[in-house]
Ligand binder design. Structure first.
Ligand SMILES: Cc1cc2nc3c(=O)[nH]c(=O)nc-3n(C[C@H](O)[C@H](O)[C@H](O)COP(=O)(O)OP(=O)(O)OC[C@H]3O[C@@H](n4cnc5c(N)ncnc54)[C@H](O)[C@@H]3O)c2cc1C
Length: 376
């Protein structure tokens, strides 16, 4: 078993972007280990082949927006990768359903932030990154279970879906999975310093308690009634509904569930879907009852995103946990690079990019200073 310079644990945006940054600096001696069958993590597409226009018909079951005015580096990355952004459609009225009221009210529509989306959905970002890295370095269906300090190296043990265990050796590990999952699902031998472990456990995984429902239609029929596709509802099951249509692709609406994760867990998915269709039909008209396709992703029931702790509390963009151990056996061995470790945008896509950049930069910086010391 040969030792690689870096093992990246997790193949979401932060892990894959870190792989690209390493390669750009000439560090090709790394592995990326991803537990799921596919890369992307919280970036999850509902793929529907081609739209009648020929455009890619791919919708987001995970993140949707980025905000260039406050996340300029993320916006710059999308441009460098050749992606095309467009503004969230916001013209038309917003519908508001209050508890105990009959007909939904119409209000002047607004989409307060300058939210932008990407043609082809956020999956286009993952595809662009995958096109630029050495796929031979990436191993999916490898769930890392244990990280063990072994002399100057770290030994990682992973398991695939069939139960086969594999051992990997690396000089450094970039942790590209949420800090809370790192603490609650990985075994560190020896243990992480207790303060560090506690801070990782305390960092809520952004959006982990949430679920999204998405319905695809052949046209945005709600616009003929002067509606934007946005709605807020106290009746549910969806609390916040948005227009998910994309230029060139088919029309779509999506909503975040307002029902808590613990309640959703006890309702069969087909019943949840039926309630979503009924709500969309109540709000936007009978055409909404018959989508061409649907998607439902409950992130709270996905153990590669959410832990029991995420279900017990309201998620907030907290302050980032420390990304590395300052003393003990793990000092200089592991660096956290998932979004929740970002100091500037914890929890956001921009945070995954920011944390990966910082993590890779500190790794390269440490390698350069070691080389300088050796030369002196
Ligand atoms: C419903 C929803 C809506 C969102 N909306 C937005 C939005 O509009 N704008 C925005 O900026 N952000 C949004 N976010 C947040 C955004 O998705 C995240 O910030 C970003 O995707 C995090 O990327 P990451 O690589 O840091 O982590 P993740 O995407 O969580 O990647 C972690 C990876 O690690 C893998 N993994 C876990 N455990 C192991 C293990 N033991 N071994 C190996 N691999 C493992 C996972 O499978 C996963 O692929 C949303 C999130 C959700 C769920």
């Amino acid at each position: 078993m040969s030792t690689v310079r870096v093992a990246i644990v997790g193949g979401g945006l932060s892990g894959l972007y870190a792989a690209l940054l390493l390669e750009q600096k000439g560090w090709r001696d790394y592995v990326l280990l991803e537990a799921r069958e596919a890369l992307g993590g919280r970036i999850l597409p509902l793929r529907l082949g081609r739209a009648p226009s020929g455009a890619s018909n791919c919708f987001d079951l995970g993140p949707t927006w980025f905000w260039p005015s406050v996340q300029p580096k993320f916006a710059q990355l999308t441009t460098e990768l050749g992606l095309h952004a467009f503004a969230q459609h916001a013209s038309g009225d917003l519908l508001v359903e209050r508890a105990g009221e009959g007909e939904p009210r119409r209000e002047a529509g607004y989409f307060s932030q300058d939210g932008m989306r990407i043609i082809g959905g956020m999956n286009a970002l993952m595809t662009a990154l995958q096109d630029r890295v050495d796929l031979a370095r990436i191993h999916t269906d490898q769930r890392v279970c244990t990280l063990r300090v072994a002399g100057d190296e770290i030994e990682l043990t992973s398991q695939n879906a069939a139960g086969w265990m594999t051992t990997w050796r690396a000089q450094h590990v970039l942790m590209a999975l949420p800090p809370r999952l790192a603490d609650t699902t990985l075994e560190f031998v020896p243990r992480l310093p207790p303060e560090l472990a506690n801070s990782w456990r305390a960092a809520a995984t952004w959006m982990a308690p949430h679920a999204k429902y998405l319905a695809v239609y052949d046209k945005p029929f709600w616009r003929a009634r002067g509606l934007s596709g946005e709605a807020r509802s106290a009746r549910g099951p969806l609390a916040e509904i948005h227009n998910a249509s994309m230029p060139g692709a088919q029309a779509a609406l999506f909503g975040f569930f307002g029902i808590p994760a613990q309640v959703r867990a006890n309702v069969p998915e087909d019943i949840l879907r039926a309630h979503c269709r009924a709500q969309l039909s109540r709000l936007f008209g009978p055409e909404a009852a018959e989508p061409l396709a649907e998607g439902l992703k409950d992130w709270a029931s996905d153990p590669l995103t959410a832990s029991a702790l995420d279900l017990a509390e309201a998620a907030t963009h907290g302050s980032a946990a420390p990304a590395r151990a300052e003393s003990g056996a793990w000092q200089g061995r592991v660096t956290g690079i998932a979004s929740e470790w970002s100091l500037r945008y914890p929890g956001y896509l921009a945070g995954a990019v920011d944390a990966a950049e910082r993590g890779v930069a500190s790794l390269l910086g440490a390698a350069n200073s070691t080389r300088k010391c050796e030369m002196q």
